[in-house]
Design a protein around this ligand. Structure first.
Ligand code: HEC
Ligand code: HEC
Ligand code: HEC
Ligand code: HEC
Length: 164
C-alpha cells in the first residue's frame, strides 16, 4: 500500500515538473506583417545615429504616427541597440515573432483571452497544427484604434431583383 502511494506521488511529481519545465507552451504564428524590404532594420540603422526626440519623421517611416496609444515613443517598444528586435519593460528582448509578449505587458486581460483563443484568431486544423494571428496582424502597434468603417449601401431585396 505504502509503495503504491509512493509511486503515485512520484508520478504526480514527475508530471508536475514536466508540465512546468519541459512543456513550455509555444504559440506558433504566421510571419509578422512587416512591409516588404523593411527587415532587417539594421541594414539601414547600423550606420544611423539614434534619435530619441519625439518628432515628425521626415526622411523615412513618414507613415508612422503614434496615435491613441498613450504617451509612447519608439524606444519604449523597439530595442535601441538592435532595431531588429523589441524590448520589454524588464529589459528582456523579444523577436517580432513574439510581439504578443510586448502587448501582453499592458493588455494582460486581452493577452489571456488571446492565449485561450477567445480574442483574436487561430488558423489551421482543430486537431492538427494551429497558428495564432499576432496582435499586430489586426492592430497597428503605432495607432491601434480601428478606423471607423464606411457603411456600404443597403442590399437590394431579392424579390425586387427578380420581378424587374
Ligand atoms: C531604408 C532604410 C531604413 C530601414 C530599412 C529602416 N529604417 Fe528606421 N529610419 C531610417 C531613417 C533614415 C530614419 C530617420 C528618419 C527621420 O529622422 O526623419 C529612421 C528612423 C527610425 C526610428 C526613429 C528613431 C531614431 O533613432 O531615429 C525608429 C525607431 C526606426 N527608424 C525603427 C526602424 C525599425 C524597427 C525598422 C525595421 C522594422 C526600420 N527602422 C527600418 C531608415 C530606415
Ligand atoms: C507600442 C509599441 C511600439 C511603439 C511605441 C513603436 N513601435 Fe514600431 N513596431 C512595434 C511592433 C510590435 C512592430 C512589429 C509589427 C509587425 O510585426 O509587423 C513595429 C514595427 C515597426 C516598423 C516596421 C513597419 C513596417 O512597415 O513593417 C517600423 C519602421 C517601426 N515600427 C518604427 C517605429 C517608430 C519610428 C516608432 C516611434 C515613432 C515606433 N515604431 C514606435 C511596436 C511599437
Ligand atoms: C506600455 C503599455 C502598453 C503597451 C506595451 C501596449 N499598449 Fe496598447 N494601450 C495602452 C494604453 C495606455 C492604451 C489606451 C490609450 C488611449 O486610450 O489613449 C492602449 C490602447 C490600445 C488599444 C485600444 C485603442 C482604442 O482606443 O481603441 C489597442 C487595440 C492596443 N492598445 C493594442 C496594443 C498592441 C497590439 C500592442 C503591442 C504591439 C500594445 N497595445 C502595446 C498601453 C500599452
Ligand atoms: C483577428 C484579429 C485580432 C487579433 C489577432 C487581436 N485583436 Fe484585439 N481586437 C480585435 C477586434 C476586432 C477588436 C474590437 C474592436 C472594436 O470593438 O472597436 C479588438 C479589441 C482590442 C482592444 C480594445 C478592447 C478591449 O477589450 O480592451 C485591445 C486592447 C486589443 N484588442 C488588444 C489586442 C492584443 C494585445 C492582441 C494580441 C495578444 C490582440 N488584440 C489580438 C481584433 C484582434
Amino acid at each position: 500500500m505504502l509503495r503504491k502511494t509512493k509511486l503515485l506521488f512520484l508520478l504526480f511529481l514527475f508530471l508536475f515538473v514536466y508540465k512546468n519545465v519541459f512543456a513550455k507552451k509555444e504559440y506558433p504564428v504566421p510571419y509578422p506583417p512587416l512591409s516588404p524590404g523593411i527587415f532587417p532594420c539594421m541594414n539601414c540603422h547600423e550606420g544611423l545615429e539614434r534619435n530619441k526626440k519625439k518628432r515628425a519623421l521626415k526622411e523615412m517611416h513618414q507613415n508612422i504616427k503614434i496615435e491613441n496609444h498613450g504617451d509612447r515613443w519608439c524606444y519604449d517598444c523597439h530595442d535601441e541597440r538592435n532595431l531588429d528586435r523589441l524590448k520589454l519593460s524588464n529589459g528582456e528582448y523579444v523577436k517580432f515573432q513574439e510581439s504578443y509578449r510586448l502587448c501582453g505587458q499592458c493588455h494582460g486581460n486581452v493577452y489571456n483571452d488571446w492565449q485561450k483563443g477567445i480574442h483574436g484568431k487561430r488558423i489551421g486544423n482543430w486537431k492538427g497544427e494551429k497558428q495564432y494571428l499576432l496582435c499586430v496582424h489586426c492592430h497597428d502597434p503605432h495607432s491601434p484604434r480601428f478606423k471607423a468603417m464606411k457603411p456600404e449601401p443597403a442590399p437590394v431585396r431579392p424579390d425586387k431583383a427578380t420581378t424587374h
